[in-house]
Write a protein that binds this ligand. Structure first.
Ligand code: GLU
Length: 423
């Protein structure tokens, strides 16, 4: 039985949700039951202990995981998150979503995810570095440029990726830049990777706007989450002239019906450490932000934010999932019934892993591209994936999540079938 996660008052089971999604896609695809059975299970699950000397001299042990769901289509790929609520069910669900995501954008990877149970805001920089290095060393037995390539996720960033690259390289005795993506550019990171997930969300928004007959240049947008995905997509939307009426982070957000000046807001956050009391805007809670009347809502924080409790009150026309798993299955059904188009995470936020793929290719070849080339190639991948999903959605008369799952699961199942079963 999948473990419950608390998301406010509602209960949320990410693995149960991921397995139910697989069942739906399998049924729609009339998938061979043997292949369906195989895809339910992660191929490898590694739990590690991370004993760390804290700055005050005492020893503390953190728990870490790396789950490799599938390597049918290529090396495993997926981020590493640092969060106090990380658990094995969540990491397994996220690994499974990575498998479908890489297949939907048709890049040659399987899916994986990692996590360390910790609250990075309560660790010093040196403690965080020791956690990262010991964790990398422990999962070092299953990662590598042609085995499994980690990347950033919730609460991890290029600096953390740099420590991962360095630790793996130290253990190997030579530089191995292809072992991780989302690295600093100085050690083989790709131009455009930092903004890639947010940029991908915007490319998808352009397609979704086209599809629904909306004018993006005057559309009103609300964004929940101001981490890497939320802040970058806010900046890119802003540069395109869209009206961003609200944004928020873990401590709440700000709202102005006429639109927020995002560069100024970023300065305000840097200066004060919070969004609160931004000049000309009203403070707003995270839950109220989700219920604002707007054209596009981008949940870009964490899982389980739109549930059966608030789905009836969502007033956006289109939801573009920047985060992984922000909408529960029950909420999905309510939104679909209400005619709200939900562009699912496994399509909408695939820009990050797509540019991770470009970074890996560049790292392996030691030949680096201009940012314009990265963005152009990213756009092509996102637009193609969106259009393929729309085609399936219309052909099978299903919602967009099921269509995306059908595309992803179908591609993985084809690969599994063509490889055959060992032994
Ligand atoms: N963590 C990101 C995701 O969920 C990026 C993964 C990657 O770049 O490998 O898609």
């Amino acid at each position: 039985m999948a473990k419950e996660k608390s998301t406010g008052k509602a209960k949320f089971h990410p693995l149960e949700m991921a397995l139910r999604q697989l069942d739906i896609a399998a049924r729609k695809l009339k998938l061979d039951p043997d292949l369906h059975e195989k895809l339910k299970y992660p191929q490898r699950v590694l739990q590690v202990a991370i004993p760390i000397r804290m700055d005050d001299g005492h020893l503390r042990v953190f728990k870490g995981y790396r789950v490799q769901h599938s390597m049918e289509r290529g090396p495993c790929k997926g981020g590493i998150r640092y969060h106090p609520e990380v658990d094995i069910d969540e990491v397994t669900a996220l690994a499974m979503w990575m498998t479908w995501k890489t297949a939907i954008v048709n890049i040659p990877y399987g899916g994986a995810k990692g996590g360390v149970v910790c609250d990075p805001s309560k660790l010093s920089r040196f403690e965080l570095e020791r956690v990262t290095r010991r964790y990398t060393s422990e999962i070092g037995i299953i990662i590598g440029p042609d085995r499994d390539i980690p990347a950033p996720d919730v609460n991890t960033n290029p600096e953390v990726m740099g420590w991962i690259m360095d630790t793996f390289s130290m253990n190997a005795g030579h530089s191995v830049p292809g072992v991780v993506t989302g690295k600093p550019i100085s050690i083989g990171g790709s131009r455009g990777r930092l903004e890639a997930t947010g940029r991908g969300v915007v490319y998808i928004a352009e397609e979704a706007a086209d599809y629904t007959g909306m004018d993006l240049s005057s559309a009103t947008i609300a964004i929940q989450g101001f981490g890497n995905v939320g802040s970058n997509c806010a900046s890119i939307f802003y540069d395109k002239g869209a009206v961003i009426i609200a944004v928020s982070d873990v401590d709440g957000g700000v709202f102005n019906r006429e639109g927020l000046n995002i560069p100024r807001l970023i300065k305000h956050v840097k200066k004060t450490g919070s969004m609160r009391d931004f000049k000309g805007a009203k403070n707003i809670s995270n839950s109220k932000l989700l219920e604002l009347k707007c054209d596009i809502l981008v949940p870009a924080a964490i899982e389980g934010q739109i549930t059966e409790r608030n789905a009836g009150r969502i007033r956006a026309k289109v939801i573009i999932e920047g985060a992984n798993g922000p909408t529960t299955t029950k909420a999905d059904a309510i939104l679909h019934r209400r005619g709200i188009l939900v562009v699912p995470d496994i399509l909408a936020n695939a820009g990050g892993v797509t540019v991770s793929y470009f970074e890996w290719v560049q790292s392996l070849q030691s030949y680096f591209w201009e940012e314009s080339e990265v963005n152009e190639k990213l756009k092509k991948v996102m637009v193609n994936a969106f259009r393929e999903v729309v085609r399936i959605m219309e052909e099978h008369k299903v919602d967009m999540r099921i269509a995306a799952l059908m595309l992803g699961v179908g591609r993985v199942a084809d690969a599994a079938k063509d490889r055959g079963l060992y032994p």
